[in-house]
Design a protein around this ligand. Structure first.
Ligand code: GLC
Length: 628
């Protein structure tokens, strides 16, 4: 057979299909094999993949090749993320184009544009209630604007992440509207029941996500005679992933968005995608089969694109989202490191890092395959105290009491607390109380400033920088949440906005303070100190090869309860991360550092040598050191 003179698009597709076939078809066979339309489904999925690939712009096809050649691109130390709402950061998509210098100044190489697809009108759960996945929120601009922004970011080496809400659509979505009109095909896209008998049976083992304002998991719609599964809000209808037609629809949408220049799809609320009677209907094994199959589809038709899976759950439940067991290396490329975040806040409150060390040592492997974490301290959501009773017991404390203590501490009611936050969805039945609040407010800046306490304000700045140094050094892509780099405080204005007043998460979704940003290079005031500090952390991160996410991270027991420590073991040498979680000085025996393979005694974070006195390294309050 004569060889073709060049490699064609068709060859590339065939090679990638062959590469991922083994990851894809067995999952689909297991999920949908028994479905009457299975053969037709396979054909239409293949046609969808081909169509997506054929429509992929040439510059994105180049990027596909580039990332095939450099599959660790998202694990590298130069990755640094920034998360913002388009309207709150820049007004519109066009406005984002004017802010690129700011992002570059900070050292950002990845942006998460918070929900930007067309939401339902009115309360849309911050944009997570989507009525059209192929349109941009008209308040932000058009799809053409969006493509202009992704191209401009790409030209600067900045990757773009957007949300793909695939557990539910808005009830205003065309599929939902057809279902409400009685179209049986579309009713099968959702989970609908003729009477409350089944919903009641499911409810017995379900939990409530928004017990305050959206109790229960089902909604009755008398005008079309159905009970609809609505895990989150009434207007968010859960999709029926047991229907293969839903799978094909979502793949088509994924490829459509990928072809607009998206690099990272943040798959929202994935834990809820599969329902099984008698369970919490969270993180069922089928969820992982679906996610592996979706991942394979992107690897075939838009391999430059990776998946961030949002599952804010306890460690053992979270890890499978980055591929464990038979899904190793084949599922999410990124998942939020919720435990690192929760434990950071826990250790700050208690001035004790032992639970943090225990949890991170016991539950997490030292490295992941084709994956890493999205590390963060704050995001747009509340903080839930995802600490199990078992982990609390290992430290001889009661789980419920510890969680209640953390809620009180960060709400700002516990005596002596430095924090000022707001409660979110206090659940009387379970005693669960989640917390909202900006990084700076939770770290003590709001209280210190209103008390006129300048020492307190200094400590708050140190806590904020400590958190950023932690997420930049631990391994993964550190995500800076808009405004935190300027130590922005809580925004109480949400209480005056009718659609937001019931949802305290808006307290930490402020409008960007561009006036404050003008002083970002100044040494005077918290905003400048934090901005300069964060910028320096990201700069030093880029220069520290040991921080590549593929290098193992191991938690180190230093014998000091207030010190959190881990070692990154890189072929270029070890790096010991030291984080003083307290406002007290601590002395670390230099032998502990040497035992971890640290030889130079150079702090890669400050770029200065570290000296030991009488065999001890002295660590000031809230010190952070990357010792190489
Ligand atoms: C995710 C989002 C959250 C939203 C929920 C429902 O958890 O982060 O903001 O309320 O999904 O879509």
């Amino acid at each position: 057979m004569a060889k073709a003179a060049s490699i064609t698009d068709e060859d590339l597709f065939a090679m990638r299909l062959a590469r991922s076939a083994g990851d894809l078809w067995p999952m689909l066979e297991a999920l949908y094999g028994g479905h009457p339309g299975y053969d037709g489904f396979r054909d239409s999925l293949l046609a969808t993949l081909r169509k997506g690939w054929a429509a992929r712009p040439i510059d994105l096809k180049r990027l596909d090749l580039l990332r095939d050649l450099e599959p660790d691109w998202f694990q590298r130390p130069e990755m640094a993320g920034y998360v913002f709402y388009i309207d709150r950061f820049a007004g519109t998509l066009k406005g984002v184009l004017d802010k690129l210098d700011y992002l570059e100044d900070l050292g950002i190489t990845y942006v998460h544009l918070m929900p930007c697809l067309k939401p339902r009108p009115g309360d849309s759960d911050g944009g997570y209630s989507v009525m059209d996945y192929r349109a941009i929120n008209p308040e932000y601009g058009t799809m053409a604007d969006f493509e202009e922004v992704t191209a401009a970011l790409r030209a600067r080496g900045i990757s773009v992440c957007i949300d793909l809400v695939l557990n539910h659509t808005a009830k205003e979505h065309a599929w939902a509207q057809a279902a409400a009109r009685g179209d049986a095909t579309y009713q099968d896209y959702y989970l609908m029941f003729d009477d409350p008998a089944m919903p009641r049976q499911y409810e017995r083992s379900l939990v409530e996500v928004f017990p305050d304002n959206a109790p229960g998991n089902f909604t009755e719609y008398p005008h079309f005679g159905k009970w609809v599964w609505t895990t989150f809000n009434e207007h968010q209808w859960d999709l029926n992933w047991a229907n293969p037609a839903v799978f094909v629809e979502i793949v088509e949408i994924m490829l459509y968005l990928a072809n607009r220049g998206v690099d990272v799809l943040r798959l929202d609320a994935v834990a809820f995608m599969w329902k099984r009677l008698g369970t919490r209907c969270q993180s069922e094994p089928e969820v992982h089969m679906l996610l592996q199959a979706l991942r394979a589809c992107c690897r075939i038709a838009c391999p430059a694109v990776i998946h961030l899976e949002e599952a804010i759950v306890a460690p053992a439940e979270m890890l499978p989202y980055v591929g464990r067991g038979k899904h190793d290396g084949k599922e999410g490329n990124l998942a939020y490191h919720n435990s690192l975040m929760v434990q950071f806040w826990g250790a700050l409150a208690t001035r004790d890092a032992r639970m943090m060390s225990h949890v991170l040592r016991t539950h997490f492997p030292d490295r992941l395959t084709n994956a890493t974490y999205a590390t963060y301290i704050r995001c747009h959501d509340d903080i839930g105290w995802a600490i199990t009773d078992e982990d609390a017991a290992a430290l001889h404390v009661s789980g419920p009491a510890h969680r209640a203590y953390l809620s009180n501490f960060y709400e700002g009611t516990f005596p002596g607390t430095f924090a000022r936050g707001a409660l979110f969805q206090a659940n009387e039945a379970t005693g669960d109380k989640r917390i909202s609040g900006s990084f700076a407010a939770l770290a003590g800046l709001e209280k210190a400033q209103s008390d006129g306490d300048s020492d307190g304000a200094d400590l708050a700045v140190q806590r904020i920088l400590l958190g950023h140094a932690l997420i930049a050094g631990f391994g993964g892509i550190p995500l800076i949440y808009m405004g935190d780099e300027l130590a922005m405080l809580n925004d109480h204005g949400y209480l005056n906005v009718p659609e937001h007043a019931h949802d305290s998460r808006w307290i930490h979704r402020p409008r960007m303070d561009w006036h404050l940003a003008k002083f970002r290079h100044s040494d005077d005031g918290a905003a400048g100190q934090v901005f300069r500090g964060v910028k320096e952390i990201l700069h030093r991160r880029r220069l520290t090869p040991a921080l590549h996410a593929a290098h193992p991270v191991r938690i180190v027991d230093t014998g000091l309860s207030g010190l959190f420590a881990f070692v990154r073991q890189a072929p270029t040498g070890a790096m010991l991360g030291l984080f003083n979680m307290t406002e007290h000085w601590q002395n670390l025996p230099v032998t502990v550092a040497r035992a971890q393979g640290v030889t130079l005694m150079q702090d890669a974070l400050s770029d200065r040598p570290v000296f030991a006195h009488h065999g001890q390294i002295a660590l000031p309050p809230y010190a952070r050191v990357w010792l190489t």
